[in-house]
Design a binder for this molecule. Structure first.
Ligand code: LFR
Length: 466
């Protein structure tokens, strides 16, 4: 593997990154580009600005091509899950991708549950009914604009879409497919029986196969090569296209090893030989997503740093401040209100910040509704959010232990959330097991590790040691 470079394109809800992974004795990550990700309202819906994201990726890849030239062997893309672009038979994008935080899915889960029962998706897939999951987005689209679905030939989740733009080859990578709520839990195919039952039978988008993580799709297209200066021999691979799937590749193997993939969301769970399908698992709101290697990845979605990110927008965008996250953490350390705990998973915290309904006010109101007066300052609010997260981790870890029958030996924190030292300390206090810090750039590292493994440049054992 000496001297080769693989490129991880990793998009998160706040920003996107193009990262070069130098594969030598150690794997060294070098940032080639970073750009903001700002969904905005367009044609009545909150949509991702796909052109801006694409421009950021091309710029990052061009930088990589200049810096590493022929050392670059491959690229893979990962992003958040569940969202998609629809392509017609002539490869036209039918509409700009809608963001899963758009309100179009409101009420759809309730409709599905009333018609088919609350367990209809869980029983077949082990996936929890999260209102933003792809299946509910598709059902919302079917209601509002069925023509778009009928004329679609491919549904590409966002990383699949980017891989297609880079290579010209369309695919449905299996970790991301598992997050849609309508794929078979072993990743072998779309669950056509379930899809038909839910009223989406016969659509062309589901007559496509699923593709494993680590598949060689093709070389970059000549257009990509021209745009970026990358050699035409650079391969486009699939990694775990679902960012969480790439991040948790770095979970140490063995019994009792749990993870938190900590970023905009906190995903807390484990890698497991089998899906956790008991009633207790369902009650604990777990989702059995697919791991890159075909095992199961039972986890719970916890609202994550999203609430803090949006409070920061209140202070910075509306209030004219310019607080950084480290500053907010320092304020939280010396906050007036020390022990307040916010329920970060309350649905009022799902939608993004708006001028009309600023986040910091939402937090204060949440406490006021419960008869508690929270001091209206950055420190107290940030601290209540972080304590809320740590409490959610403590509770979820107990549930995971119970449902899996495995006592926690170690909890690994993966991703940028690990930089928040106060949150790490609180997590340590509330989770009764040793906490280990994993890589801050876990998603890019996991993405790169899957590429290197697929190319035969690194062993399974070496991945576990990254
Ligand atoms: C994290 C993540 C979560 C998924 C959420 C929405 O970035 O991918 O795993 O539930 O975003 O797609």
């Amino acid at each position: 593997m000496m001297n080769s470079v693989v490129i991880a394109v990793d998009l998160g809800a706040e920003s996107g990154r193009v990262i070069a992974a130098e594969l030598n004795e150690q794997v060294k990550l070098v940032e080639m580009g970073r750009f903001l990700n700002k969904p905005r309202f367009k044609d009545g819906h909150l949509r991702w600005d796909m052109d801006a994201l694409w421009a950021g990726i091309i710029e990052g890849l061009s930088t990589a091509a200049k810096q590493y030239g022929d050392r670059i062997v491959s690229i893979a893309c990962d992003t958040w899950a569940v969202d998609y672009a629809l392509l017609d038979a002539d490869d036209n994008v039918i509409e700009e991708a809608v963001c899963y935080r758009d309100s179009r899915t409101e009420g759809i889960v309730e409709e599905v549950e009333a018609k088919f029962g609350a367990n209809v998706i869980w029983e077949r897939t082990g996936i929890r009914n999260l209102p933003f999951n792809t299946i509910f987005q598709l059902l919302a689209l079917q209601k509002s604009d069925p023509e778009k679905l009928n004329k679609a030939d491919w549904m590409l989740t966002i990383p699949d879409y980017l891989a297609w733009k880079l290579s010209g080859v369309k695919s449905n990578e299996w970790t991301n497919a598992s997050s849609t709520g309508i794929a078979k839990p072993d990743g072998s195919a779309w669950d056509l029986d379930l899809i038909t039952k839910l009223g989406l039978g016969g659509l062309a988008i589901f007559d496509k196969p699923l593709t494993k993580s680590g598949t060689d799709l093709a070389c970059v297209s000549s257009e990509t090569s021209q745009l970026t200066g990358l050699s035409p021999s650079v391969k486009v691979l699939t990694c775990a296209a679902h960012d969480t799937g790439s991040a948790v590749v770095l979970t140490p193997p063995g019994e009792g090893q749990f993870f938190i993939s900590s970023g905009t969301w906190s995903l807390m769970g484990m890698i497991s030989g089998k899906a956790l399908m008991s009633q207790a698992a369902k009650d604990a709101l777990l989702s059995n997503e697919l791991a890159w290697d075909g095992r199961s990845r039972p986890l719970k979605n916890i609202m994550g740093l999203w609430v803090l990110q949006n409070c920061r927008r209140t202070w910075n965008e509306e209030g004219g401040a310019a607080w950084t996250y480290p500053e907010l953490v320092e304020f939280a350390r010396s906050a007036k209100d020390v022990n307040l705990v916010l329920d970060v998973d309350d649905e009022i915290f799902f939608e993004q910040h708006s001028k009309e309904n600023p986040y910091a006010d939402r937090v204060i109101k949440w406490f006021a509704d419960r008869g508690v007066e929270l001091t209206d300052d950055e420190g107290s609010i940030s601290r209540a959010v972080m304590r809320g997260l740590a409490h959610a981790y403590g509770k979820t870890l107990k549930e995971l232990e119970q449902v899996s029958g495995q006592k926690a030996q170690q909890l690994t924190i993966l991703g940028g959330g690990g930089r928040n030292q106060l949150l790490v300390e609180m997590t340590q206090e509330l989770c009764d097991c040793p906490v280990r810090m994993g890589a801050f750039e876990a998603t890019s590292l996991g993405n790169a590790a899957i590429q290197a493994y697929a190319l035969g440049l690194i062993s399974r054992e070496a991945i576990a040691k990254l």
